[in-house]
Design a protein around this ligand. Structure first.
Ligand SMILES: *Cc1c(COP(=O)(O)O)cnc(C)c1O
Length: 229
């Protein structure tokens, strides 16, 4: 398990360095979301023992098995994968956060099917690089549906999430993340909201994302090693 510890320390170090270099205010820190898709509960437990509490899953069936077997009641489970509309009930019941809300229909269903005592934390997924096959609201779509989304009960609209077109160029990476930050500012202003979450940055681009204001980075490979799939 020393491998796990080394990776965990290394990622936390990268996050801390990027944060310090960015000159950001200490009042909105960065949360590390450990993306455990295709990794076993054993590996989740190893990270839990090191203090990790936020875990992200993309595949509902796999996630529900791990959640039901997990002995820990204080893990915060985040759903980050593609959402089929017939799966929203299970998602609303098992997860505290959903990062991948990409259609108004999904938001409506999560709202009506959340029978828990607290609102479900929601990020709206934005197709920031405007790639044809990628899911997420476009810039125009999000302005068109926001009024309806914020009226839905049982949801806390926390912010925006994006998976930009991959790039190894730091400047290019920053452009997409900067666009997401500016979009959240515009939406907050126009609709008088207090969204506080930018879910952006993965193993390859977390530094650029943190420089541009990420509050949650979603890290899989750099934390767990290659996926067992
Ligand atoms: C798998 C996945 C990640 C983690 O990506 P890595 O490159 O392995 O860090 C982050 N976000 C989403 C939505 C994912 O599906």
């Amino acid at each position: 398990m020393s491998n796990t510890r080394n990776r965990f320390d290394h990622i936390n170090h990268r996050i801390e360095q990027a944060f310090n270099n960015s000159g950001r205010s200490l009042t909105d820190p960065v949360t590390l979301l450990a993306v455990s898709k295709h990794h076993s509960l054993d590996k989740i437990q190893a990270l839990y023992d090191l203090g990790q509490r936020d875990f992200g899953e993309s595949y509902l069936q796999e996630a529900m098995e791990k959640i039901s077997q997990s002995p820990y009641s204080d893990i915060i489970w985040h759903f980050i994968g593609p959402i089929q509309s017939n799966k929203t009930k299970d998602i609303a019941q098992h997860f505290q956060w959903v990062h991948s809300v990409d259609r108004i229909k999904i938001a409506r269903r999560l709202s009506s099917q959340n029978s828990g005592t607290s609102p479900l934390n929601i990020c709206l997924q934005i197709n920031i690089s405007q790639e044809p096959q990628k899911s997420g609201f476009s810039h125009n779509e999000i302005f068109a549906v926001m009024e309806e989304i914020i009226k839905l009960p049982n949801l806390a609209i926390r912010g925006l999430m994006t998976i930009p077109a991959p790039s190894n160029d730091f400047t290019r990476q920053k452009v997409a993340f900067c666009q997401l930050r500016e979009l959240m500012q515009q939406l907050n202003q126009q609709f008088e909201l207090n969204m506080d979450t930018l879910s952006m940055g993965m193993s390859n681009d977390l530094e650029a994302a943190i420089t541009e204001g990420a509050t949650i980075v979603r890290i899989g490979t750099a934390l767990f090693g290659p996926r067992e799939d």
